[in-house]
Ligand binder design. Structure first.
Ligand SMILES: O=C[C@H](O)COP(=O)(O)O
Length: 265
């Protein structure tokens, strides 16, 4: 069966890297590496640290680049006495299109629960940003064979209480923790198994049309040389890229693979 038409999304999660000056240089290099045909075929977004978002916004807006940008986290609160938090309305005002919620590094190092992930996801939707809801299992869960159930539970908790209209705005990302930053990329079949299960779960709860529209990304050691095989899988609609997104050549190579390029030199 042919793969349904969902425009791929390649999101570069820069994590806690790059000064605002380095961020500007990286965006310039990425933009220089991609051609209009690539942007026609794939959505490209970068997720800088909070301190770089304003600089990235100025560059992208000023030079009318066809990349979007977003944030890696947001507060569940809209405003108030929450020292250190950055709110959804603040990010939306800066023009952020996307925000990741439930990334395994937030769950692990900041003890973020499914309940908090759900609140952050709602906060993002409230101010018009697209949340990228991350799910994924650790190696112990994978070895026990419980990965599909684990990810399905995180999905269901993350989307808990949302209207169908809200669920329709969400992007999903399957990121097996054992593949993040390790160089041990999931096989295309392993990634497909979980992404297929996530789409089936969406279909059961919200109908096949919504499920078929939803973009599901894979994350975990994605590089230019493995992106093509991963994205050929029927239920993978893009990638959430960590380490390789800090290298313009690698990141552009992933975007080109997702676009089905290279569209000439
Ligand atoms: O958000 C991105 C993921 O955590 C993947 O990171 P990685 O590409 O460095 O493995």
């Amino acid at each position: 069966m042919a793969k349904p038409v969902r425009k791929p999304l390649i999101a570069g999660n820069w994590k806690m890297n790059l000064s605002h000056l380095e961020a500007i240089a990286l965006v310039q290099k990425i933009a220089f590496s991609l051609k209009p045909q690539h942007y026609d075929a794939v959505d490209v977004t970068v997720l800088p640290a909070f301190t770089s978002i304003r600089s990235v916004q100025s560059l992208i807006d000023g030079d009318k680049l066809r990349l979007s940008y977003g944030a890696q986290d947001l507060s569940p609160h809209a405003s108030g006495a929450y020292t250190g938090d950055v709110s959804g309305p603040m990010l939306a005002k800066l023009g952020c299109s996307f925000v990741t919620v439930g990334h395994s590094e937030r769950r692990q190092y900041h003890e973020e629960s499914d309940e908090l992930v759900n609140r952050k996801l709602r906060a993002a939707l409230t101010c018009g940003m697209t949340p990228i809801l991350c799910v994924g299992e650790g190696i112990d869960v994978r070895e026990a064979g419980d990965h599909v159930e684990h990810c399905s539970t995180q999905l269901s908790e993350g989307l808990s209480g949302l209207s169908e209209e809200q669920v329709d705005q969400v992007v999903l990302a399957y990121e097996p923790i054992w593949a993040i930053g390790t160089g041990k990329v999931a096989t295309p079949a392993d990634a497909q198994e979980v992404c297929r299960a996530l789409r089936s779960a969406l279909s059961e709860r919200h109908g096949a049309d919504l499920a078929n529209r939803t973009r599901i990304l894979y994350g975990g050691s994605v590089k230019a040389n493995n992106a093509g095989d991963l994205l050929a899988q029927p239920d993978l609609d893009g990638a959430l890229v960590g380490g390789a997104s800090l290298d313009a050549t690698e990141f552009a190579g992933i975007c080109v693979a997702a676009a089905g390029g290279p569209f000439g030199g």
